[in-house]
Design a protein around this ligand. Structure first.
Ligand SMILES: NC(=O)c1ccc[n+]([C@@H]2O[C@H](COP(=O)([O-])OP(=O)(O)OC[C@H]3O[C@@H](n4cnc5c(N)ncnc54)[C@H](O)[C@@H]3O)[C@@H](O)[C@H]2O)c1
Length: 436
């Protein structure tokens, strides 16, 4: 088969649809491995930035883009070039609607465009996270119906979830094992050849549905365990037991326990969303996943819990939240990255603002965020600013912050991440601790 040969010889042209946190590192890795890559993104600012040699993704340095652009890596906003691709990887967003239901319109839109240029004998792989059955319904069935081709003979379809963890310095595209499922045995064989040519470990599963479900299971596992720790933290607050030390103790068990941590809420494009895809799909089968719904309830209430604790803490110091000067440290949804998507800090900011707090924030990774049409900028972090604050709230514990210095100049601190664990101080109150 010509495609198999082209894959074995690394002569296949790879098209990547969506050049975000998932698609760009994948495009760069494939181009570095010698593949000819065509990257397509409808966001013209992103495409222009890449053409100028600038990366907008924290894990992809500018020099990597500079060395590849217009050589092994070409980028465009239009799909014209996709007809030349032997393999197409779809890495578009899969958010939720306002009612927390799957929003797969980005996949449908990518497919609308691919269908215009698709040639026979192409392998298409969906990498976006989604509910089991998406690949079959939105891709395989559509191509068979509209083109009259047969999967496994005239075209090939796989699903392979992406596990990239932005900001993770140990695990990146190449050394993170990749699960792949195909619509037929031939599809799977081609998918395996592709990924094995540049990744250290590929795990083949027997269908696209298994691969789709395995990604949702991974993130639902995390979602539920975080919720359990959030609940434990709230319980420990009443019992006056330090949850953070409890976890440290339990985590010394070398088997059967994996530490998860409480926090101000969950964020990013994966953990808060993916379990809702599964819960939604379960309902189609009259299955109501109580674990997911309960965890969603606990996790989504954490920003409110944090604000309540802040209110109580200020009250205990004879201050009211209205008019109090509060500085939020860290707006990104997790440490050492610049991603604001679903960040609990945004909700905490909004809730504190509604209660009349005088707010500012500092985040070395996030210069500004958008609130309606207004741009709210990061303030400078100086000793003088901290001294004037009634309260400093650590929402995201970036590693570049000097917490001893912050403790020195702050009047009062609410720490939602146990960032101050090594510092003995009467000024510091942490999530899960009685603040009164
Ligand atoms: N961000 C993560 O850490 C992560 C990790 C694993 C899996 N995922 C999954 O990967 C998928 C992509 O996530 P992401 O974080 O890379 O999203 P992203 O928003 O960073 O990037 C997606 C890109 O797709 C582009 N796009 C949207 N519609 C398009 C279309 N029709 N044609 C071409 N380009 C289009 C957008 O402009 C954007 O640049 C999602 O399903 C997500 O759940 C994300």
């Amino acid at each position: 088969m010509a495609l198999k040969q082209r894959l074995l010889e690394r002569k296949a042209v790879i098209g990547i649809i969506g050049l975000g946190y998932v698609g760009l590192p994948m495009a760069v890795t494939l181009a570095q491995k010698g593949y000819s890559v065509i990257g397509i993104d409808i966001n013209s600012e992103r495409v222009d930035s890449l053409k100028r040699g600038h990366s907008y993704i924290i894990d992809v340095p500018d020099d990597e883009i500079e060395s590849l652009i217009d050589k092994n890596l070409r980028v465009d906003t239009g799909y014209n070039g996709i007809g030349a691709a032997d393999v197409i990887l779809i890495c578009v967003p899969t958010p939720l609607t306002a009612y927390k239901e799957p929003e797969v319109s980005y996949i449908i839109n990518a497919m609308d465009n691919i269908m215009i240029y698709l040639t026979p004998q192409t392998l298409i792989i969906l990498e976006s996270t989604t509910y089991p059955g998406t690949t079959e319904e939105l891709m395989t069935e559509r191509i068979e119906k509209e083109k009259g081709w047969r999967v496994g003979e005239d075209f090939y379809i796989c699903y392979s979830p992406e596990r990239v963890d932005p900001g993770n310095t140990s695990f990146h595209v190449i050394n993170t094992p990749k699960v792949v499922g195909g619509e037929t045995a031939v599809c799977l064989e081609l998918g395996e050849i592709l990924y094995s040519s540049f990744l250290e470990q590929v795990m083949c599963v027997s269908s696209t549905k298994i691969a789709e479900m395995s990604k949702l299971l991974e993130n639902t596992f995390r979602f539920i365990n975080i919720a359990m720790m959030n609940e434990m933290a709230m319980m420990c607050e009443r019992m006056e037991i330090d949850i953070w030390e409890v976890i440290k103790g339990a985590a010394t068990k070398p088997f059967g326990f994996m530490p998860f941590y409480p926090g101000p809420g969950i964020g990013g494009h994966c953990i808060p969303l993916d379990p809702m895809y599964l819960s939604w799909q379960g309902k189609k089968y009259d299955y109501f996943n109580r674990f997911i719904e309960l965890a969603a309830d606990i996790n989504s209430n954490m920003p409110r819990y944090v604000v309540q604790q802040i209110e109580r803490l200020l009250n205990s110091k004879k201050k009211c939240i209205k008019g109090s000067k509060i500085m939020i440290l860290g707006m990104a949804y997790k440490k050492d990255i610049d991603d604001l998507r679903e960040s609990p800090a945004l909700e905490i900011y909004e809730l504190l603002l509604k209660k009349g707090a005088e707010l500012s924030f500092y985040d070395a990774y996030v210069n500004y965020f958008k609130k309606n049409s207004e741009l709210i900028y990061s303030s400078p972090l100086t000793a003088d600013t901290l001294k004037t604050m009634d309260l400093t709230v650590i929402v995201t514990a970036h590693s570049n912050l000097d917490y001893e210095w912050i403790e020195k100049y702050s009047q009062l601190i609410y720490d939602t991440r146990d960032a101050m664990s090594q510092i003995e101080s009467q000024k510091v109150f942490k999530l899960g601790q009685n603040v009164e």
